[in-house]
Design a protein around this ligand. Structure first.
Ligand SMILES: Nc1ncnc2c1ncn2[C@@H]1O[C@H](COP(=O)(O)OS(=O)(=O)O)[C@@H](OP(=O)(O)O)[C@H]1O
Ligand SMILES: [Mg+2]
Ligand SMILES: [Mg+2]
Ligand SMILES: [Mg+2]
Length: 355
């Protein structure tokens, strides 16, 4: 741990919390066909592992970070668990959480069903511009998780409205490079834990505890040599708009489509040069989908902005209030990326107005 990091204790607690949650997620992903999956009001999926991960991260942080009141802004809520027929899911979550805690051995506690409900409810903080708030996506990329692909346990700390710390546990991401994802014949280990604290840089280590390695974004300055990441799900980002942006830049490589904030981690260590995210009209971005990932990228020397080139503002509550989309790249490519984004959006809007 670098000395002089004012958030060193919080960083250690955050890494421990997401590593514990990753164990639970890995157990469930191996046996996903037998796990409870529900559809939320917005039709997105939620599994026993989303709830279990949220409970373990919240609990572990509460045990290990003592200073001040505890505030957690987390994705999952009690709504679906209050529905008829959810009793069995609640039992499964309780068993899963208790088994993970027992197997891990760090804490001597067993949750009751009431304790489980109350622990999920702990994540309903609204965040905001003052004080400290933990921000958690217990499984980012739940669709990827269900497919057996990429997902991340994404945790960040807001202090006076600014993200000061972020960790991303990516259990299915190769430790050295995304390029080892298929078949992994390189012998690259799987399971990466990215972390960053403000002013102290970004690191990656293995989920089973190899020493952290400093990471930085790639130094490509000619977009022709760049590759770009985007959502796997076309429902989450407009792939036709990103194609047009890439064409304007002269990007030659096909898009690298992976789920979750693993994209931010991969970008931060230079596996690719650009991240493009353009949700369909009307979608409001949530802070837990970007807080952890964005500080990992900025501390690795990159830039993360909205489509107008403005910094992301995490101080407005549970939602990000931003213009159109989110883009990330290195300092060299950002000016030409921003220009291409704005031209492509203008053309799309003009075409839509002719319909
Ligand atoms: N309609 C729509 N538009 C844009 N974004 C949406 C939409 N629906 C969901 N989400 C959010 O996308 C999160 C995962 O998106 P990713 O791009 O990281 O992964 S993916 O490749 O699209 O699966 C995903 O995070 P999780 O719910 O944590 O999995 C959602 O918060
Ligand atoms: Mg979700
Ligand atoms: Mg998410
Ligand atoms: Mg999630």
């Amino acid at each position: 741990m670098a000395s002089g990091n004012p958030y060193a204790a919080e960083l250690a607690a955050a890494k421990k919390a997401v590593t514990l949650a990753a164990k639970l997620c890995q157990t469930v992903q191996q046996d996903i066909m037998h796990s409870g999956v529900q559809a939320k009001a917005d039709k997105s999926p939620v599994t026993v592992a989303d709830y279990g991960s949220q409970i373990l991260v919240g609990f572990s942080l509460k045990m290990d970070v003592s200073s001040g009141p505890f505030s957690l802004v987390a994705e999952e809520a009690l709504d679906e668990l209050r529905k008829d027929g959810a009793e069995e899911i609640l039992e499964d979550i309780t068993d899963l959480v208790n088994e993970t805690i027992f197997d891990d051995g760090s804490y001597n506690i067993s949750f009751t069903k009431e304790g489980i409900l109350s622990a999920i409810d702990d994540g309903k903080s609204e965040g905001g511009p003052s004080g400290r708030h933990w921000v958690l996506d217990p499984i980012d990329g739940t669709k990827g998780f269900l497919r057996g692909d990429q997902y991340a346990i994404a945790l960040a700390l807001l202090d006076e409205g600014k993200v000061v710390l972020g960790v991303l546990a990516c259990p299915n991401l190769p430790l050295s490079s995304i390029n080892n994802i298929n078949g992994n014949s390189s012998g690259d280990k799987v399971g990466a834990l990215f972390s960053a604290t403000i002013g102290c840089g970004a690191q990656v280590e293995s989920l089973d505890g190899s020493p952290p390695q400093k990471i930085s974004v790639c130094s490509i300055d000619n977009p022709v040599n760049a590759s770009f990441f985007e959502s796997y799900e076309s429902a989450h980002s407009m792939h036709d708009l990103t194609r047009s942006i890439a064409e304007k830049l002269g990007v030659q490589a096909p898009p690298v489509r992976i789920d979750s904030q693993a994209k931010y981690g991969a970008l931060a260590r230079g596996d690719g040069a650009i991240y493009l995210r353009f949700p369909h009209k009307g979608y409001r971005e949530k802070i837990w989908d970007h807080a952890g990932g964005s500080i990992v990228v900025t501390e690795a020397g990159g830039i993360v902005t909205d489509a107008a080139g403005k910094d992301l503002d995490f101080s407005k509550g549970r939602f990000l209030d931003l213009d159109t989309g989110i883009i990330a790249t290195n300092k060299e490519l950002m000016p030409s990326l921003l220009k291409a984004v704005q031209e492509a959006i203008k053309e799309t809007n003009q075409a839509a107005s002719l319909l």
